[in-house]
Design a protein around this ligand. Structure first.
Ligand code: GUN
Ligand code: ZN
Length: 441
Protein backbone atom coordinates (compact mmCIF):
# COMPACT_ATOMS: atom_id res chain seq x y z
CA UNK A 1 0.00 0.00 0.00
CA UNK A 2 1.39 3.39 -0.97
CA UNK A 3 1.83 6.06 1.71
CA UNK A 4 -0.61 8.95 1.80
CA UNK A 5 0.36 12.09 -0.08
CA UNK A 6 -1.19 15.48 -0.67
CA UNK A 7 -1.30 17.81 -3.64
CA UNK A 8 -1.08 21.53 -2.90
CA UNK A 9 -2.58 23.46 -5.81
CA UNK A 10 -5.52 25.50 -6.93
CA UNK A 11 -8.61 23.35 -7.34
CA UNK A 12 -11.67 23.54 -9.61
CA UNK A 13 -14.58 21.14 -9.89
CA UNK A 14 -18.36 20.84 -9.95
CA UNK A 15 -20.28 20.09 -6.78
CA UNK A 16 -23.38 19.45 -8.87
CA UNK A 17 -24.94 20.20 -12.27
CA UNK A 18 -24.61 23.96 -12.88
CA UNK A 19 -27.14 23.84 -15.74
CA UNK A 20 -26.51 25.32 -19.15
CA UNK A 21 -26.67 28.82 -17.67
CA UNK A 22 -23.73 27.89 -15.44
CA UNK A 23 -24.88 28.47 -11.88
CA UNK A 24 -21.78 29.70 -10.08
CA UNK A 25 -22.63 28.09 -6.73
CA UNK A 26 -22.45 24.64 -8.34
CA UNK A 27 -18.73 25.19 -8.90
CA UNK A 28 -16.09 25.00 -6.20
CA UNK A 29 -12.83 26.85 -6.75
CA UNK A 30 -10.18 26.92 -4.02
CA UNK A 31 -7.15 29.05 -4.70
CA UNK A 32 -4.77 27.29 -2.29
CA UNK A 33 -6.14 23.79 -1.73
CA UNK A 34 -4.76 20.60 -0.30
CA UNK A 35 -6.04 17.28 -1.65
CA UNK A 36 -5.08 14.34 0.53
CA UNK A 37 -4.85 10.97 -1.18
CA UNK A 38 -4.72 7.67 0.65
CA UNK A 39 -4.29 4.60 -1.53
CA UNK A 40 -6.66 4.77 -4.49
CA UNK A 41 -9.03 7.33 -3.03
CA UNK A 42 -9.31 10.94 -2.04
CA UNK A 43 -9.20 11.16 1.75
CA UNK A 44 -9.74 14.90 2.30
CA UNK A 45 -9.97 18.20 0.44
CA UNK A 46 -9.78 21.61 2.06
CA UNK A 47 -8.04 24.97 1.93
CA UNK A 48 -4.37 24.33 2.68
CA UNK A 49 -4.50 26.58 5.72
CA UNK A 50 -7.08 24.29 7.33
CA UNK A 51 -5.65 20.90 6.35
CA UNK A 52 -1.88 21.43 6.58
CA UNK A 53 -1.71 21.59 10.40
CA UNK A 54 -3.59 18.29 10.69
CA UNK A 55 -1.25 16.23 8.49
CA UNK A 56 1.21 13.79 9.99
CA UNK A 57 4.91 13.96 9.12
CA UNK A 58 4.61 10.83 6.96
CA UNK A 59 2.47 12.67 4.36
CA UNK A 60 4.48 13.87 1.37
CA UNK A 61 3.25 17.18 0.00
CA UNK A 62 3.57 17.81 -3.72
CA UNK A 63 3.81 21.55 -4.18
CA UNK A 64 1.93 22.37 -7.36
CA UNK A 65 0.88 25.92 -6.49
CA UNK A 66 0.06 27.95 -9.60
CA UNK A 67 -1.57 24.93 -11.25
CA UNK A 68 -5.17 23.78 -11.19
CA UNK A 69 -6.26 20.35 -9.97
CA UNK A 70 -9.39 19.04 -11.72
CA UNK A 71 -11.20 15.71 -11.76
CA UNK A 72 -9.83 13.56 -14.58
CA UNK A 73 -11.83 13.99 -17.77
CA UNK A 74 -14.51 11.58 -19.02
CA UNK A 75 -14.47 10.81 -22.77
CA UNK A 76 -17.78 9.02 -23.39
CA UNK A 77 -17.19 8.00 -27.02
CA UNK A 78 -13.88 7.09 -28.66
CA UNK A 79 -12.50 4.37 -30.96
CA UNK A 80 -9.07 3.09 -29.97
CA UNK A 81 -8.49 1.19 -33.26
CA UNK A 82 -8.70 4.49 -35.12
CA UNK A 83 -5.38 5.93 -33.93
CA UNK A 84 -4.11 5.68 -37.51
CA UNK A 85 -7.35 7.00 -39.02
CA UNK A 86 -7.32 10.41 -37.32
CA UNK A 87 -6.96 13.33 -39.78
CA UNK A 88 -8.05 11.36 -42.88
CA UNK A 89 -9.00 13.72 -45.69
CA UNK A 90 -12.08 14.37 -47.71
CA UNK A 91 -14.94 12.01 -46.87
CA UNK A 92 -18.26 12.06 -45.08
CA UNK A 93 -19.37 9.25 -42.80
CA UNK A 94 -20.19 6.28 -45.04
CA UNK A 95 -17.26 6.87 -47.43
CA UNK A 96 -14.98 7.61 -44.52
CA UNK A 97 -15.84 4.23 -42.99
CA UNK A 98 -15.19 2.39 -46.27
CA UNK A 99 -12.12 4.28 -47.34
CA UNK A 100 -10.22 4.66 -44.07
CA UNK A 101 -11.81 3.09 -41.03
CA UNK A 102 -12.66 -0.45 -42.07
CA UNK A 103 -9.25 -1.07 -43.67
CA UNK A 104 -7.51 0.16 -40.50
CA UNK A 105 -9.70 -1.99 -38.23
CA UNK A 106 -8.94 -5.19 -40.15
CA UNK A 107 -5.38 -5.09 -38.83
CA UNK A 108 -6.72 -5.71 -35.30
CA UNK A 109 -7.16 -9.40 -36.06
CA UNK A 110 -3.47 -9.47 -35.10
CA UNK A 111 -3.14 -9.38 -31.31
CA UNK A 112 0.35 -7.85 -31.42
CA UNK A 113 -0.96 -4.97 -33.53
CA UNK A 114 -3.92 -4.52 -31.17
CA UNK A 115 -1.68 -4.56 -28.11
CA UNK A 116 0.67 -1.91 -29.48
CA UNK A 117 -2.27 0.31 -30.51
CA UNK A 118 -3.95 -0.14 -27.11
CA UNK A 119 -0.79 0.91 -25.25
CA UNK A 120 -0.40 3.92 -27.50
CA UNK A 121 -4.06 4.88 -27.09
CA UNK A 122 -4.12 4.60 -23.31
CA UNK A 123 -1.04 6.80 -23.05
CA UNK A 124 -2.77 9.43 -25.21
CA UNK A 125 -5.72 9.43 -22.80
CA UNK A 126 -3.41 9.96 -19.85
CA UNK A 127 -1.37 12.74 -21.44
CA UNK A 128 -4.66 14.51 -22.06
CA UNK A 129 -5.89 14.12 -18.48
CA UNK A 130 -8.63 11.66 -19.47
CA UNK A 131 -9.12 9.04 -16.79
CA UNK A 132 -12.40 7.43 -17.86
CA UNK A 133 -13.57 6.56 -21.36
CA UNK A 134 -16.18 4.52 -23.20
CA UNK A 135 -14.26 2.87 -26.01
CA UNK A 136 -15.15 1.02 -29.19
CA UNK A 137 -12.82 -1.85 -30.04
CA UNK A 138 -13.03 -3.78 -33.35
CA UNK A 139 -15.05 -6.88 -34.18
CA UNK A 140 -12.13 -9.01 -32.96
CA UNK A 141 -12.46 -10.18 -29.32
CA UNK A 142 -8.67 -9.96 -28.95
CA UNK A 143 -8.92 -6.20 -29.48
CA UNK A 144 -10.91 -6.00 -26.23
CA UNK A 145 -8.40 -8.14 -24.34
CA UNK A 146 -5.59 -5.90 -25.59
CA UNK A 147 -7.33 -2.72 -24.44
CA UNK A 148 -8.37 -3.89 -20.98
CA UNK A 149 -4.92 -5.38 -20.39
CA UNK A 150 -3.34 -2.00 -21.18
CA UNK A 151 -5.88 0.03 -19.18
CA UNK A 152 -5.79 -2.20 -16.10
CA UNK A 153 -1.99 -2.03 -16.05
CA UNK A 154 -2.40 1.73 -15.50
CA UNK A 155 -5.28 1.40 -13.00
CA UNK A 156 -7.80 2.93 -15.41
CA UNK A 157 -11.51 2.20 -15.37
CA UNK A 158 -12.50 1.94 -19.02
CA UNK A 159 -15.81 0.86 -20.53
CA UNK A 160 -15.30 -1.05 -23.78
CA UNK A 161 -16.68 -3.71 -26.05
CA UNK A 162 -16.17 -5.58 -29.27
CA UNK A 163 -18.14 -4.30 -32.25
CA UNK A 164 -21.03 -6.45 -33.37
CA UNK A 165 -21.19 -6.23 -37.17
CA UNK A 166 -22.49 -9.03 -39.36
CA UNK A 167 -23.11 -7.18 -42.64
CA UNK A 168 -22.07 -4.25 -44.82
CA UNK A 169 -18.45 -4.56 -43.80
CA UNK A 170 -15.49 -6.07 -45.66
CA UNK A 171 -14.27 -9.65 -45.19
CA UNK A 172 -12.28 -10.06 -42.02
CA UNK A 173 -14.43 -7.52 -40.26
CA UNK A 174 -17.68 -9.36 -39.68
CA UNK A 175 -19.02 -11.78 -37.12
CA UNK A 176 -22.37 -13.59 -37.11
CA UNK A 177 -25.33 -13.22 -34.75
CA UNK A 178 -24.19 -16.41 -32.98
CA UNK A 179 -20.44 -15.72 -32.84
CA UNK A 180 -21.00 -12.08 -31.87
CA UNK A 181 -23.28 -13.17 -29.03
CA UNK A 182 -20.93 -15.90 -27.83
CA UNK A 183 -17.78 -13.74 -28.00
CA UNK A 184 -19.46 -10.79 -26.28
CA UNK A 185 -20.75 -13.07 -23.52
CA UNK A 186 -17.29 -14.50 -22.91
CA UNK A 187 -15.81 -10.98 -22.81
CA UNK A 188 -18.47 -9.84 -20.33
CA UNK A 189 -17.58 -12.77 -18.10
CA UNK A 190 -13.86 -12.07 -18.41
CA UNK A 191 -13.83 -8.29 -18.04
CA UNK A 192 -17.05 -6.78 -16.69
CA UNK A 193 -16.30 -5.87 -13.08
CA UNK A 194 -12.69 -7.11 -13.34
CA UNK A 195 -10.56 -4.46 -11.58
CA UNK A 196 -12.18 -1.20 -12.77
CA UNK A 197 -13.13 -2.48 -16.24
CA UNK A 198 -16.70 -2.56 -17.47
CA UNK A 199 -18.15 -4.05 -20.62
CA UNK A 200 -20.32 -2.39 -23.27
CA UNK A 201 -22.41 -4.41 -25.72
CA UNK A 202 -21.41 -2.64 -28.94
CA UNK A 203 -23.59 -3.02 -32.03
CA UNK A 204 -21.53 -0.64 -34.20
CA UNK A 205 -24.60 1.03 -35.75
CA UNK A 206 -27.84 -0.26 -37.22
CA UNK A 207 -26.59 -0.59 -40.84
CA UNK A 208 -23.89 -3.13 -39.91
CA UNK A 209 -26.17 -5.43 -37.91
CA UNK A 210 -28.89 -7.69 -39.30
CA UNK A 211 -32.23 -8.17 -37.61
CA UNK A 212 -30.91 -11.40 -36.08
CA UNK A 213 -27.85 -9.63 -34.68
CA UNK A 214 -29.91 -6.79 -33.23
CA UNK A 215 -32.01 -9.44 -31.48
CA UNK A 216 -28.90 -11.16 -30.17
CA UNK A 217 -27.56 -7.84 -28.84
CA UNK A 218 -30.87 -7.22 -27.08
CA UNK A 219 -30.78 -10.71 -25.58
CA UNK A 220 -27.31 -10.04 -24.19
CA UNK A 221 -28.56 -6.74 -22.79
CA UNK A 222 -31.48 -8.49 -21.06
CA UNK A 223 -29.18 -11.12 -19.63
CA UNK A 224 -26.75 -8.47 -18.35
CA UNK A 225 -28.74 -5.47 -17.13
CA UNK A 226 -25.70 -3.87 -15.49
CA UNK A 227 -23.58 -3.96 -18.65
CA UNK A 228 -23.37 -0.87 -20.88
CA UNK A 229 -24.60 -0.59 -24.46
CA UNK A 230 -22.88 1.74 -26.92
CA UNK A 231 -23.57 2.55 -30.56
CA UNK A 232 -24.01 5.39 -33.05
CA UNK A 233 -27.27 7.18 -33.82
CA UNK A 234 -28.39 9.85 -36.30
CA UNK A 235 -24.96 11.14 -37.19
CA UNK A 236 -25.27 11.77 -40.93
CA UNK A 237 -28.16 12.32 -43.39
CA UNK A 238 -27.10 9.54 -45.80
CA UNK A 239 -26.86 7.16 -42.84
CA UNK A 240 -30.42 8.07 -41.84
CA UNK A 241 -31.70 7.34 -45.35
CA UNK A 242 -29.86 4.00 -45.41
CA UNK A 243 -31.32 2.97 -42.04
CA UNK A 244 -34.83 3.84 -43.31
CA UNK A 245 -34.22 1.51 -46.28
CA UNK A 246 -32.73 -1.31 -44.20
CA UNK A 247 -35.33 -1.16 -41.42
CA UNK A 248 -38.56 -0.04 -43.11
CA UNK A 249 -41.65 0.79 -41.12
CA UNK A 250 -39.95 2.53 -38.20
CA UNK A 251 -40.92 6.01 -37.09
CA UNK A 252 -37.26 7.05 -36.91
CA UNK A 253 -33.69 5.76 -36.69
CA UNK A 254 -33.92 5.88 -32.90
CA UNK A 255 -37.08 3.79 -33.08
CA UNK A 256 -35.05 0.96 -34.65
CA UNK A 257 -32.89 0.70 -31.52
CA UNK A 258 -35.94 1.07 -29.30
CA UNK A 259 -37.78 -1.67 -31.21
CA UNK A 260 -34.98 -4.11 -30.33
CA UNK A 261 -34.88 -3.05 -26.67
CA UNK A 262 -31.55 -1.26 -26.91
CA UNK A 263 -32.58 2.02 -25.30
CA UNK A 264 -32.14 1.96 -21.57
CA UNK A 265 -30.10 3.27 -18.69
CA UNK A 266 -26.38 2.71 -19.38
CA UNK A 267 -26.95 2.92 -23.14
CA UNK A 268 -24.69 5.49 -24.82
CA UNK A 269 -25.41 6.76 -28.32
CA UNK A 270 -22.79 8.76 -30.16
CA UNK A 271 -23.84 11.87 -32.12
CA UNK A 272 -27.70 12.00 -32.01
CA UNK A 273 -27.58 15.06 -34.26
CA UNK A 274 -30.58 14.46 -36.52
CA UNK A 275 -33.30 13.65 -33.98
CA UNK A 276 -36.78 15.07 -33.60
CA UNK A 277 -38.68 16.04 -30.46
CA UNK A 278 -40.23 12.59 -30.15
CA UNK A 279 -36.77 10.96 -30.32
CA UNK A 280 -35.36 13.27 -27.66
CA UNK A 281 -38.36 12.51 -25.44
CA UNK A 282 -37.74 8.77 -25.85
CA UNK A 283 -34.10 9.20 -24.82
CA UNK A 284 -35.26 10.83 -21.61
CA UNK A 285 -37.98 8.29 -20.87
CA UNK A 286 -35.75 5.27 -21.50
CA UNK A 287 -32.63 6.74 -19.83
CA UNK A 288 -30.45 6.28 -22.92
CA UNK A 289 -27.72 8.91 -23.21
CA UNK A 290 -26.64 10.97 -26.20
CA UNK A 291 -22.93 11.68 -26.56
CA UNK A 292 -22.01 15.00 -28.16
CA UNK A 293 -18.90 14.61 -30.35
CA UNK A 294 -18.20 18.12 -31.63
CA UNK A 295 -14.79 17.77 -33.27
CA UNK A 296 -15.95 14.67 -35.16
CA UNK A 297 -19.25 16.24 -36.17
CA UNK A 298 -17.37 19.18 -37.64
CA UNK A 299 -14.55 17.18 -39.22
CA UNK A 300 -16.77 14.57 -40.91
CA UNK A 301 -19.26 17.30 -41.76
CA UNK A 302 -22.12 15.59 -39.92
CA UNK A 303 -23.96 18.57 -38.44
CA UNK A 304 -24.46 20.77 -35.40
CA UNK A 305 -25.64 19.08 -32.20
CA UNK A 306 -28.09 21.29 -30.36
CA UNK A 307 -27.25 20.96 -26.69
CA UNK A 308 -29.95 23.38 -25.55
CA UNK A 309 -32.65 21.32 -27.25
CA UNK A 310 -31.31 18.09 -25.75
CA UNK A 311 -31.20 19.49 -22.23
CA UNK A 312 -34.65 21.05 -22.58
CA UNK A 313 -35.94 17.55 -23.40
CA UNK A 314 -34.33 16.26 -20.21
CA UNK A 315 -31.55 14.28 -21.89
CA UNK A 316 -28.43 13.43 -19.86
CA UNK A 317 -25.69 14.41 -22.27
CA UNK A 318 -22.06 13.31 -22.25
CA UNK A 319 -19.12 14.52 -24.32
CA UNK A 320 -16.85 12.43 -26.54
CA UNK A 321 -13.80 12.93 -28.72
CA UNK A 322 -14.81 10.21 -31.21
CA UNK A 323 -11.24 9.87 -32.48
CA UNK A 324 -10.61 8.94 -35.36
CA UNK A 325 -13.66 10.88 -36.68
CA UNK A 326 -12.71 13.39 -34.01
CA UNK A 327 -9.50 15.30 -34.38
CA UNK A 328 -8.03 15.32 -30.87
CA UNK A 329 -7.84 13.18 -27.74
CA UNK A 330 -7.90 16.39 -25.73
CA UNK A 331 -11.16 17.02 -23.89
CA UNK A 332 -10.06 20.65 -23.60
CA UNK A 333 -9.97 20.96 -27.37
CA UNK A 334 -13.22 19.03 -27.60
CA UNK A 335 -14.83 21.60 -25.30
CA UNK A 336 -13.37 24.38 -27.45
CA UNK A 337 -15.11 22.85 -30.47
CA UNK A 338 -18.32 22.32 -28.46
CA UNK A 339 -18.32 26.02 -27.67
CA UNK A 340 -18.02 26.95 -31.35
CA UNK A 341 -20.81 24.57 -32.39
CA UNK A 342 -23.15 26.02 -29.79
CA UNK A 343 -22.18 29.57 -30.86
CA UNK A 344 -23.35 28.70 -34.37
CA UNK A 345 -26.68 27.67 -32.83
CA UNK A 346 -26.96 30.90 -30.85
CA UNK A 347 -25.97 29.55 -27.42
CA UNK A 348 -22.77 30.52 -25.59
CA UNK A 349 -21.76 27.41 -23.69
CA UNK A 350 -20.80 28.59 -20.21
CA UNK A 351 -17.40 27.63 -18.78
CA UNK A 352 -19.20 26.09 -15.79
CA UNK A 353 -21.34 23.79 -17.92
CA UNK A 354 -18.32 22.97 -20.07
CA UNK A 355 -16.41 21.87 -16.99
CA UNK A 356 -19.42 19.80 -15.96
CA UNK A 357 -19.74 18.10 -19.35
CA UNK A 358 -16.12 16.97 -19.28
CA UNK A 359 -16.13 15.78 -15.64
CA UNK A 360 -19.12 15.26 -13.31
CA UNK A 361 -21.68 15.35 -16.13
CA UNK A 362 -19.82 12.66 -18.04
CA UNK A 363 -19.55 10.61 -14.86
CA UNK A 364 -23.28 11.01 -14.30
CA UNK A 365 -24.10 9.98 -17.85
CA UNK A 366 -22.08 6.81 -17.24
CA UNK A 367 -23.75 6.25 -13.87
CA UNK A 368 -20.37 6.61 -12.15
CA UNK A 369 -20.81 9.91 -10.34
CA UNK A 370 -20.58 8.23 -6.95
CA UNK A 371 -17.01 7.11 -7.84
CA UNK A 372 -15.53 9.80 -10.07
CA UNK A 373 -16.19 13.22 -11.60
CA UNK A 374 -15.44 15.52 -8.66
CA UNK A 375 -12.75 15.94 -6.02
CA UNK A 376 -14.45 14.66 -2.91
CA UNK A 377 -13.52 12.30 -0.06
CA UNK A 378 -14.24 8.67 -0.95
CA UNK A 379 -14.01 9.13 -4.70
CA UNK A 380 -11.21 7.63 -6.76
CA UNK A 381 -8.16 9.86 -6.98
CA UNK A 382 -8.50 10.19 -10.76
CA UNK A 383 -7.11 13.67 -11.25
CA UNK A 384 -5.65 16.01 -13.84
CA UNK A 385 -3.37 18.93 -13.08
CA UNK A 386 -3.73 21.82 -15.52
CA UNK A 387 -1.10 24.48 -16.10
CA UNK A 388 -2.49 27.86 -17.15
CA UNK A 389 1.10 28.89 -17.97
CA UNK A 390 1.64 25.93 -20.31
CA UNK A 391 2.29 28.07 -23.39
CA UNK A 392 3.29 31.73 -23.74
CA UNK A 393 -0.11 32.59 -25.23
CA UNK A 394 -2.03 30.73 -22.54
CA UNK A 395 0.05 32.39 -19.83
CA UNK A 396 -0.57 35.81 -21.31
CA UNK A 397 -4.30 35.25 -21.78
CA UNK A 398 -5.01 33.54 -18.47
CA UNK A 399 -3.20 36.30 -16.61
CA UNK A 400 -5.82 38.81 -17.74
CA UNK A 401 -8.54 37.99 -15.22
CA UNK A 402 -8.76 36.51 -11.76
CA UNK A 403 -11.86 34.35 -12.30
CA UNK A 404 -11.00 30.62 -12.21
CA UNK A 405 -13.78 29.86 -14.69
CA UNK A 406 -12.31 32.41 -17.07
CA UNK A 407 -8.94 30.66 -16.71
CA UNK A 408 -10.69 27.37 -17.49
CA UNK A 409 -12.33 28.94 -20.53
CA UNK A 410 -8.94 30.13 -21.76
CA UNK A 411 -7.56 26.60 -21.28
CA UNK A 412 -10.44 24.94 -23.17
CA UNK A 413 -10.07 27.45 -26.01
CA UNK A 414 -6.27 27.52 -26.26
CA UNK A 415 -5.16 24.38 -24.47
CA UNK A 416 -4.57 20.73 -25.31
CA UNK A 417 -2.20 18.05 -23.98
CA UNK A 418 0.38 20.79 -23.37
CA UNK A 419 -1.86 22.16 -20.62
CA UNK A 420 -1.95 18.83 -18.75
CA UNK A 421 1.09 18.73 -16.53
CA UNK A 422 0.23 15.62 -14.52
CA UNK A 423 -2.39 12.86 -14.36
CA UNK A 424 -3.18 10.51 -11.48
CA UNK A 425 -5.28 7.38 -11.74
CA UNK A 426 -6.47 5.74 -8.52
CA UNK A 427 -3.85 7.73 -6.62
CA UNK A 428 -0.96 6.76 -8.89
CA UNK A 429 0.88 9.33 -10.99
CA UNK A 430 0.63 7.90 -14.50
CA UNK A 431 1.63 10.89 -16.60
CA UNK A 432 3.91 13.86 -16.19
CA UNK A 433 4.25 16.14 -19.15
CA UNK A 434 7.29 15.15 -21.14
CA UNK A 435 7.66 11.88 -19.24
CA UNK A 436 4.89 9.67 -20.70
CA UNK A 437 5.61 5.98 -20.50
CA UNK A 438 7.88 6.24 -17.46
CA UNK A 439 6.61 4.42 -14.42
CA UNK A 440 6.15 7.22 -11.91
CA UNK A 441 4.68 6.63 -8.46
N1 GUN B 1 -20.78 5.06 -37.37
C1 GUN B 1 -20.48 3.75 -37.45
N2 GUN B 1 -19.19 3.53 -37.19
C2 GUN B 1 -18.65 4.73 -36.92
C3 GUN B 1 -17.33 5.16 -36.57
O1 GUN B 1 -16.39 4.39 -36.45
N3 GUN B 1 -17.16 6.49 -36.36
C4 GUN B 1 -18.19 7.38 -36.49
N4 GUN B 1 -17.95 8.67 -36.27
N5 GUN B 1 -19.42 7.01 -36.83
C5 GUN B 1 -19.65 5.69 -37.04
ZN1 ZN C 1 -17.92 6.83 -33.06
Amino acid sequence: MSTPFAIRSSLLHCRRDPGLAGERAAIEAIDDALTLIDGERIAAVAPASALLPTLGAEVTILDRRGQWLLPGFVDAHVHYPQVDVIASYGAQLLDWLDRYTFPAERAFADLAHATAAAEFFVDRLLENGTTTAAVFCTVHPGSVDALFTASEARGLGLIAGKCLMDRHAPPGLTDTPESGYRESKALIERWHGHARSRYAITPRFAPTSSDAQMRAAAQLAREHPDVYIQSHLAENRAELAWVAELFPGHRSYLDVYEHYGLLRDRALYGHCIHLDDADRARLSVTGARPVFCPSSNLFIGSGLYDLRQALAAGNTVALGTDVGGGTSYSMLRTLGEAYKVQQLLGTSLTPAYSLYLATLGGARALGLDDEIGSIAPGKFADLALLDPQATPLLARRSGQREDPLDTFFAMMTLGDDRAISETWVAGRSVHRRGRTGERLR
